[in-house]
Design a protein around this ligand. Structure first.
Ligand code: MSP
Length: 537
């Protein structure tokens, strides 16, 4: 079973990963942007190593919540979904998300897959009709236990929303049948739920005993009808999780379950936020077991973002609009901040002053200025070319070479474990060490003293460090990395999905990949220093 915890750069097996399929009750928020940026970074890293990758994102468009939102806006639900889904696609474009499939659950192709899957589970005897009574949170699209509710029957997640009492006939999925098999599966595949804290949450939940859950609704037209019982529509989560499967199939092929799972199944990685862990780590594997399908490699539940230390929400009036953020600061800056500053898996905070400080320190100074001044020196002292030195003659204990030789494997492991912050910090450390080295080695003095060979060695080692840092950071800041590569004389766009073929990973992730004698480009700032805007974002 492939899973990303043990990264093997020689692995050429296909790698499929997903973001959640986002609800279209509203425009994309920063939480959706956060998961999607992380997923894009994982996808880009695997593409860098030459692995075939399929990055799936999309929208979850059925259910009561969406229907009500459309009604409140006075538009028919499909038009509403089309408009919001277009908003998601536009944001992904500005955030430079290189997804491969956009799965929309109202796509008629999806209905075919859902029906076939339902049939399989039905034939397995895992679906029955029963009476559902309980408190339903429309915002979560989930029944809640009375003991979990806040006073006045408010939802613990949507604290400003009251849950609604339901007493209706529903179809149920026999989750209770899967208690033992799920527990066995979690024990056999400890990497399945990550990070560890989330895994423990799930194990504790399952230990309390699993109850069957309803998979249909009555009196709700906005959904797929239950096969052979059109008075019922399928529960939005049953339909939504299967959106991952539908997305796998080549869109030009006629839809079928067998066709959908032929190439990329099982999905290697589902990236989600911690609030939807139970659906992905408990309900989903049980549904798949029932349908006789192999199970995904890993579910990783990341933390929640806060703003200036406070929970974000419309009712709190402190949402962070991802579109405004990207418009003001650019895609690479936003991507870098969230991945470098927040340990993936833990909750993290956005604060604009900190944002500006981090970007100026890391990208404008440590990396950008370093490249700029070294390129200028190479222009003056080495005829605008990468110094033509004998790389093998650089001593093994040269501080940058030593760091550079170890960096590839440190960063591989970090990306493989989704420890993005660790990857960025390790890469930045090379840039910081290079700045220090440059100041101490003072090539401008060496040059004046006529010590040409030493001057060239210093400049080579620094330029090579910048190259290596740019390459390894390219999954996070693809535009800046491309600008750096081009100024170093490579005629390449690191955004291309075929990047693994264009730049062989084993050469570029290793120390010494900068070809001596290569003509350098013109030095231009790769990242403009940021200033705090007149109004807080
Ligand atoms: N439609 C379901 C997912 C179905 S997947 C088959 C859904 N959609 S959602 O739009 O409400 O949530 C999408 C993601 O945004 C979730 O992973 C959620 O954890 C994440 N976030 C919502 N608010 C967030 C923050 N404040 N911070 C970080 N992520 C948060 O759930």
């Amino acid at each position: 079973m492939p899973f990303p915890m043990m990264f093997d750069p020689g692995d050429r097996s296909p790698f499929a990963l997903t973001t959640p399929l986002y609800y279209v009750n509203d425009l994309p928020h920063i939480g959706s942007a956060y998961t999607t940026i992380a997923a894009d970074v994982v996808a880009r890293f695997h593409r860098l190593t030459g692995r075939p990758v399929l990055l799936i994102t999309g929208t979850d468009e059925h259910g009561q919540k969406i229907l009500r939102t459309a009604q409140e806006r006075g538009v028919d639900p499909q038009t509403h979904c089309d408009q919001i889904a277009a908003g998601f696609m536009a944001l992904w474009q500005t955030l430079n998300i290189a997804y491969d499939r956009f799965s929309r659950t109202t796509d008629p192709r999806h209905e075919v897959i859902v029906q076939e899957f339902f049939q399989r589970v039905w034939e397995r005897g895992d679906i029955y009709k029963g009476q559902q009574q309980g408190w339903y949170c429309v915002a979560c699209e989930e029944f809640k236990e009375e003991r979990d509710l806040l006073p006045q029957h408010r939802c613990p997640i949507h604290t400003n929303k009251a849950v609604e009492w339901r007493d209706e006939e529903n179809y149920f999925f026999r989750l209770s049948n899967y208690q033992d098999r799920l527990e066995q599966f979690y024990a056999d595949q400890p990497q399945f739920i990550q990070p560890e804290t989330r895994r423990n949450e799930v194990l504790n939940f399952v230990k309390q005993g699993l109850q069957d859950f309803s998979i249909s609704r009555v009196n709700l037209e906005w959904g797929f009808p239950v096969p052979n019982d059109p008075d019922h529509t399928l529960y939005v989560w049953f339909d939504a999780l299967l959106g991952y499967v539908t997305a796998l199939q080549d869109p030009t092929e006629p839809p079928s379950l067998a066709g959908a799972i032929a190439q990329w199944w099982p999905i290697n990685l589902h990236l989600i936020g911690k609030d939807i862990l139970r659906f992905h780590a408990v309900y989903w594997p049980a549904m798949l077991m029932s349908a006789g399908l192999p199970l995904p490699g890993q579910v990783f539940g990341h933390g929640f973002l806060t703003k200036d230390g406070h929970k974000m929400g419309k009712s709190q009036g402190n949402t962070l609009d991802p579109v405004a953020l990207v418009d003001r600061y650019g895609a690479d800056a936003v991507r870098y901040y969230f991945l470098k500053e927040i340990e993936f898996g833990k909750d993290g905070d956005f604060n604009e002053t900190r944002f500006i400080h981090v970007l100026n320190a890391d990208l404008a100074n440590d990396l950008g200025n370093l490249l700029n001044r070294t390129l200028n020196m190479a222009g003056r002292y080495c005829g605008g070319k990468v110094p033509t030195i004998d790389q093998a003659a650089i001593p093994a204990d040269h501080p940058l070479k030593t760091m550079g030789q170890q960096l590839g494997s440190i960063v591989e492991t970090a990306y493989g474990q989704l420890a993005f912050s660790r990857a960025c910090t390790a890469i930045l450390a090379l840039a910081q060490a290079s700045n220090k080295f440059l100041d101490e080695a003072a090539p401008w003095t060496l040059y004046k003293q006529g010590r040409q060979a030493e001057t060239e060695t210093v400049l080579y080692t620094v330029l090579e460090s910048v190259r290596l840092a740019a390459y390894l950071l390219s999954p996070v800041i693809p535009q800046i990395s491309t600008a750096i590569y081009q100024q170093l004389g490579f005629n390449v766009d690191l955004n291309q999905k075929t990047i693994g073929d264009l730049l062989p990973y084993k050469d570029h992730a290793a120390w010494g990949g900068l070809p001596p004698g290569q003509a350098l480009g013109k030095a231009q700032p790769v990242f403009q220093r940021l200033e705090l805007g007149p109004e807080a974002i």
